[in-house]
Structures are given as C-alpha cells and as structure tokens.
Design a protein around this ligand. Structure first.
Ligand SMILES: Cc1ncc(COP(=O)(O)O)c(C=O)c1O
Length: 394
C-alpha cells in the first residue's frame, strides 16, 4: 500500500537517536547517545509502596477520568515548589500538568503558532521540540549558541528578518544538546528583545534541578513582568521518565487555551502516576533525592571531562557543563563528522551527530553529543579512549 501521508509528516524523519538505539543491542556496545536518566535515580521501592497504598485506599480516583488541568494536589505541590525554588508563578499565572515536557512544548506551539509562523530556536537544540514545531507547520530559524547562551546579535538579526516570528524556544539551563547555561546578562538582553519584537519565550527547563557545580541563574520566567514567558518543566530527569509527568506554567489566558488543546490530544495525563508523583513529594524528601542524583552526575561528568582532557587531541573542543546530562564535542575544521561517527559505531561506541539537533539538518556540522548519565564509569573511560583514538586517526 502506498500511503499518501500528509505533507507535514512526509518531511519528518525518525529521530536519529531512536534509530541509534536499534544498534545498541550488540554485546560490548557503549552508548553515549542516550538522553535517559540513570535508572539508579528511580525511587522504585518508594513508588511501589505508594502505588499499593493508592490501590488500597483510593482506587477509584486513580482509575477514573481526571480533570485536564491535572490532579489538584500535584498541581498545588508543583506550584509551591516552582515558586520556592525558581521564583516561578505570578498571581496572573496558572499551571497545567502535561504528559511530559514534550507535550508542554508541542501544546504551546500549537496554541501560539499558525502554519508558516516562525519559531526561533538555539542551534543546536532539542530534537523532540524541533520535530514538534515542524509537525505543526512552523518554520524553524536557528540562532547559534555561544559559551554564555544564545548569540544575542544574531538573535536580533533573526527577529528583524522574520516578522512572522512568534516564539523563541530556549533551554537556558544545561542545554540539550550543548550542556551550556545562558548567563544572566544574556537572559536580560533576550527578554528585552522579546519585548521589542513582541514574541513569546518558551523556557524549557527539564534539567534545572541537576546543577552539580556553579551558581543558579534566575529563570526567564522569574524575571518576566508581563506574561511573556511560558515555563515548561518535567519530573522525567528527577523521578522517572516513564511516568510522563511534566508541567507548564504560564499566564492564565494562555493556560486555558492549552487546556483545550490538551483535551483534544489525550484528555488528561495518567492519573495514577500523577497521584504517585504527588504522594512521593508529600511523603518523601524530593530535594534530598535530587541531591543524590546531582552527586552521581557530578562524578560521571567529571570522569568524562577528565577522560577527554587526558585522551582527546587538543584540536577537539568540548563544553564543560555545570549540570544536566550532556556535553558537546566539536571536531577541528576539515574533519568529517560522518566518518567519525561511522568509525565510532564500527567500534561499538555510539554518539549522536550534531546534525540531528540542527534547525536545518542540511547545514554542515562538526559536533556530536555525549551523554554521561547512562554509561558506567568503566564505559566512560573505555569509550572516550576509543573516540580519542579515532579522532587521532582522522
Ligand atoms: C530539552 C528537553 N526538553 C524536554 C524534554 C522532554 O522531556 P519529557 O517529555 O520526558 O518531560 C527533554 C527530554 O529529553 C529535553 O531534553
């Protein structure tokens, strides 16, 4: 059967990362390709105990339809935590629980953008968001990243050249894939530009809790005085990714539109997991749990950076993240990324080529993403040594 699929989906390719996963079954394979949290960060016993209690005491709430906005106790807990930790949530704001941050990103674009409208994003950026924007018929305009965040001059140029720009999608803290954190100075300038060119900032912050060194930088949303920032977060990287619980905090008027859009997609987020999540926060110490995850990732990031410093030729550069789960490696001018990634795969070390994260996948790229949350310590040391050998050969 030759399916005449919609124009929007004709051009969408499967995520390069999901494709790489298919090669990972080979024994001895080392993957730096994942974006997964380490399974040691899942509070399995606690969640099992909570699930048992729910089925014992409140089975109907868990098994019945819920409200689209989300399980009220969870919404209240998330609102309180966002206010306390991130200064997020003004009187005019509301919060909706969504099925992972991914859905929050997609719904925000869906209610904000018409087909042909422009979404400006960091280049490189999170592939799941880029594909969501593409699937909604938005045009992507990428703006390069510097060490301190999005290039503000190029951002202004992009906004000037694209009067149909509606949204700036940004991951300001421990960016995926680059591991970069946007400085306060840059954030202030970006807010000014958003005002000047009248665009909405979609601030995606799934990694903000995972800082293991350095100082916190205020969120865009905490500095927003006019309802210009939509804040999207998730429990995927601090409790469980399979639970699929994220949240969007934005102006009430916008949240009410997101509620309608969510009703069309999935009515509401899984109630059982919303209840488990809420009861975990009520009963256990989420902040202590997060501190343990930070310790684990600090160790792994430092190990990877040390292995890179000791083994990689000096012509290969890499970012030094202060949190999150990724760093970004760049080959020197003239090197072929395709050849590097292919040779690494042949030696069973998997990385994601930077092209996967580009607003324009045809744009040349010499960088690749490395994940340190998933591999074991031994895999980090061994895998980086192999990548360094390939870089030297090339
Ligand atoms: C930057 C970024 N935003 C959003 C998400 C979506 O996370 P989830 O849908 O699991 O909450 C991810 C997942 O890897 C991500 O890296």
């Amino acid at each position: 059967m030759n399916y005449n699929v919609s124009e929007k989906f004709k051009s969408l390719k499967p995520s390069a990362i999901r494709e790489i996963f298919k090669s990972l079954g080979t024994p001895g394979a080392i993957s730096f390709a994942a974006g997964n949290p380490n399974p040691d960060s899942f509070p399995v016993k606690e969640m099992q105990e909570i699930a048992n209690e729910i089925f014992e005491n409140e089975p109907v709430t868990a098994l019945q339809y819920g409200i689209t906005e989300g399980y009220t106790p969870l919404r209240d807990l998330v609102k309180a935590r966002l206010k306390r930790v991130y200064g997020v949530g003004a009187d005019r704001d509301d919060l909706i629980i969504v099925t992972g941050g991914q859905q929050g990103i997609e719904l925000t674009c869906k209610v904000m953008c018409n087909e042909g409208d422009v979404v400006v994003c960091e280049n490189p950026s999170f592939i799941g968001a880029l594909n969501a924007f593409r699937s909604l018929g938005a045009k992507l305009v990428g703006v390069p990243l510097n060490d301190d965040g999005i290039d503000v001059e190029k951002l202004e140029e992009a906004l000037k050249n694209n009067p149909k720009a509606k949204l700036l999608y940004t991951i300001p803290t421990f960016q995926n894939p680059a591991g970069i954190t946007t400085s306060l100075e840059v954030r202030k300038k970006v807010l000014d530009l958003a005002k000047k060119y009248d665009i909405i900032i979609l601030e995606d912050n799934p990694y903000g809790d995972l800082r293991f060194t350095g100082e916190d930088v205020p969120t865009y949303k905490s500095m927003d005085t006019e309802g210009r920032v939509v804040y999207c977060g998730s429990f995927s990287k601090v409790l469980s990714a399979g639970m699929r619980i994220g949240f969007v905090c934005a102006d009430k008027d916008l949240v009410s539109k997101i509620v309608v859009a969510k009703q069309v997609e999935d009515v509401h987020t899984n109630v059982l997991f919303q209840m488990i999540c809420a009861k975990y926060i009520e009963k256990y110490d989420l902040e202590a749990h997060i501190r343990e995850i930070r310790k684990m990732y600090k160790h792994k990031a430092e190990l990877m950076i040390k292995a890179l410093e000791e083994n990689m030729p000096k012509t290969v550069s890499f970012t030094r993240p202060e949190g999150g789960i990724f760093l970004w490696c760049s080959l020197p001018e003239g090197a072929s990324l395709d050849e590097f990634v292919k040779k690494a795969g042949d030696r069973l070390v998997f990385v994601v080529p930077g092209t996967a994260f580009s607003a324009d996948p045809d744009e040349p790229c010499r960088s690749f993403r490395l994940n340190y949350s998933m591999p074991s310590d031994e895999e980090i040391v061994k895998g980086i040594k192999i990548l360094a050998d390939i870089a030297k050969e090339l």
